[in-house]
Design a protein around this ligand. Structure first.
Ligand SMILES: C[S@@+](CC[C@H](N)C(=O)[O-])C[C@H]1O[C@@H](n2cnc3c(N)ncnc32)[C@H](O)[C@@H]1O
Length: 263
């Protein structure tokens, strides 16, 4: 079978990537060698991955990698796939960390560890991270090890910041990209393969954010990703009237900052 026979239709760019990775070549090489025969020893693997992708199964679970802030993270089924808009949250947080001289931060809901690890790697600060998903903790530890920041991060399973109560006085900043989608929202097919409790947060999508403010009030300066709808902004404002909102690269309000009320 020739390379060109495998590339068609809706998932064209993903098919090229799957073939390139299996052959250890670049995407440009694949495109300029469409008439080359696929070696027998990788044909089955390529066919299997392409047919899986055609079911809507996410490309990142198939390749096992996702680039974030210029670094390669391992991702796998059972853990949320990082989104590019979250890079903007990290950039805003890094500016804040540098301008305030933050030394210790915490993240709630680490997933594959992209936010915590980026903060540790790019700002050199200490980060405590939690997640209610055991697989997320295992994966984040692997990513931290591979990216050389294990000495700066501590990851633990638990709700909100429960596992790090004894460090509450050290924490200067909290960051989170929590679940924020309304329970009945119909997500694209790809998203249905990701863990639901990383995506949905109650009837109006605001259970996690309400829960955070009810637990801790305005104990720490806080940056969070959220839906940015007028309704969700009004919920955030009801807990934090000084909240400031930030846009993502598509121009949608996607993040808020709530200053602490600590004296
Ligand atoms: C949208 S994902 C974000 C993952 C990662 N930070 C990222 O940006 O790619 C939300 C994560 O929060 C976790 N989570 C949900 N509720 C939580 C809670 N109450 N306490 C800690 N983690 C929670 C989920 O398991 C999931 O991994």
């Amino acid at each position: 079978m020739k390379i060109g026979d495998l590339i068609d239709g809706e998932y064209l760019t993903d098919e090229i990537l799957i073939i390139a990775r299996a052959l250890g070549k670049t995407k440009a090489w694949v495109l300029s060698n469409l008439d080359k025969e696929i070696p027998e020893d990788v044909l089955d693997e390529i066919l299997e991955k392409i047919s899986l992708r055609k079911t809507g199964y996410p490309l990142q679970y198939i390749t096992g990698v996702k680039e974030f802030m210029g670094m390669e993270f391992t991702v796998r089924e059972g853990v949320f796939i990082p989104r590019y808009e979250t890079e903007t949250l990290v950039e805003i947080v890094l500016d804040y960390v540098k301008s305030k001289g933050v030394k210790t931060a915490a993240e709630i809901g680490i997933g594959s560890g992209v936010i915590s690890i980026s903060m540790a790697k790019l700002a050199g600060i200490r980060v405590f991270g939690t997640d209610v998903n055991d697989e997320a903790i295992i994966l984040s530890k692997e990513n931290a090890e591979r990216l050389g920041v294990s000495h700066l991060v501590e990851f633990s399973n638990g709700e909100y910041l429960d596992p790090f109560e004894k460090f509450f006085d050290d924490i200067e900043l909290v960051v989170s990209n929590p679940p924020y989608v309304e329970m009945n929202f119909k997500v694209p097919r790809e998203v249905t393969f990701e863990p639901a409790d990383a995506i949905f947060s109650g009837k109006d999508g605001m259970d996690f954010i309400r829960g955070y403010f009810k637990r801790y009030g305005r104990k720490w300066d806080t940056f969070m990703e959220f839906s940015g709808s007028e309704y969700s902004k009004s919920v955030v404002k009801s807990f934090c009237k000084e909240a400031r909102f930030f846009k993502d690269l598509d121009g949608a309000e996607r993040f808020f900052f709530c200053p602490s009320e600590r004296v």
